[in-house]
Design a protein around this ligand. Structure first.
Ligand code: CP3
Length: 346
């Protein structure tokens, strides 16, 4: 029993700053299109149906856990999930498409911020189902949301984009409207993420996929104050991911979070001194998983070695690519499990 409890919290122990004997592992986008069992469900249901049907969302969340010995599950959902409750129409093709991108004061004023129970009750139910299924297993459940900046980027730009120019222009052309939008998204995110924690999510990851597009001054103005408020409102351990954003790390270090997720561009050993006392998560290049097994092992060990000297949660630098062979993921998990951090020297 005691042993079960010790193992149960390996992911949480590392997130709370412990230099654990082995690195816990989970993978961003661990549920999804690279798995045939996901594609089988996808043939019969739309993306929104999968997200909004608690039994389906719970089943998809657990699919990768049935195949691989991962240390955490991440709820199957999307960063766009809470936004239709504001009165927005959003489709997926395959990324998010906003029917009427936000530009005018009237559109912004019309956005509602519902009470927590009304935002996405199906998410709370899916979380409860997953927790029940996981029972006493040594697997943590991670809830998540998009950071207000990244949500605003989609809502203003209207869809994914390489550089989000319309959004970056909007921040400078209409700063008051931008702040009004970020304010509403902050309030929504606080309610939505607190609801996930109350339903049973044991940690929350805030995805700030597009933060790296901003210069430090714009990040300080349009991201930092809002993201600080969202993270401060959470009573469970917090992870923050900004992609392509190492130029912003001195500012990211001001955010209240236990762990920082690092993309593949810099070795963890180089990032470690910027975040003293925090857990680092990452940071294998997802493209490595397309290479042969011996290359995967070699590159994974390089990441593990660079992660020594502090708390490390093994992950990819960004989401799994959809062409990843599932056997390669199995191999990666074995390599990470076999790496004894205590017998390694820095
Ligand atoms: O396994 C998991 O990680 C949990 C599920 C999850 C999804 N989206 C499912 C999904 C998570 C954590 C997300 C977060 C998300 N969604 C982010 C932040 C992380 C990141 O990748 O930067 C962003 C930017 C989005 C927006 C989004 N949703 C995009 C760009 C896409 C399409 C392209 C893609 O990457 O797959 C989606 C759709 C989406 N979300 C799919 C899945 C499994 C694919 C849907 C399909 O099967 O067609």
């Amino acid at each position: 029993m005691t042993e079960a409890r010790t193992t149960a919290s390996l992911f949480l122990r590392a997130l709370l700053g412990e230099d654990t004997p082995r690195a816990p592992i989970w993978l961003m986008r661990q549920a999804g299109r690279y798995l045939p069992e996901y594609r089988a469900i996808k043939e019969k249901a739309t993306f929104w149906e999968m997200v909004r049907t608690p039994e389906l969302a719970a089943e998809i969340t657990l699919q990768p856990l049935c195949r691989f010995s991962l240390d955490a599950a991440i709820l199957f959902s999307d960063i766009m999930t809470p936004l239709p409750a504001m009165g927005l129409r959003i489709e997926f093709n395959p990324g998010p498409v906003v029917a009427e991108p936000l530009r005018t004061p009237a559109q912004l004023e019309a956005l509602e911020v519902p009470e927590a129970e009304a935002i996405a009750p199906f998410v709370a139910e899916a979380i409860r189902l997953v927790r029940k299924e996981l029972g006493g297993k040594p697997v943590a459940l991670i809830g998540f949301g998009g950071a207000p900046l990244t949500l605003a980027a989609y809502l203003v730009q209207g869809a994914g984009s390489k550089d989000f120019e319309d959004f970056r222009a909007f921040l400078r052309q209409e700063p008051r409207l931008a702040h009004r939008l970020l304010e509403k998204l902050t309030l929504l995110s606080i309610r939505y993420l607190r609801m996930q924690a109350a339903a049973g999510a044991e940690a929350i990851q805030l995805f700030d996929t597009w933060a790296g597009l901003l210069d430090p001054e714009a990040y300080r103005t349009f991201a930092l104050p809002y993201h600080r408020r969202v993270l401060e409102a959470l009573e469970v351990p917090r992870l923050y991911l900004a992609v392509g954003a190492s130029h912003l790390y001195p500012l990211v270090a001001e955010l209240p979070c236990e762990g920082v997720s690092v993309d593949w561009r810099l070795p963890l050993s180089q990032v470690r001194p910027l975040f003293p006392g925090r857990a680092l998560q990452g940071n294998l290049d997802p493209a490595v998983l397309l290479a042969p097994p011996e290359v995967i092992a070699q590159e994974a060990r390089r990441v593990l070695q660079a992660g020594l000297g502090g708390a490390h949660i093994f992950n990819l630098g960004h989401g799994l690519l959809r062409t990843t062979p599932p056997e390669h993921v199995a191999h990666l998990v074995e390599v990470v499990h076999a790496f004894d951090r205590r017998s390694e020297v820095l």
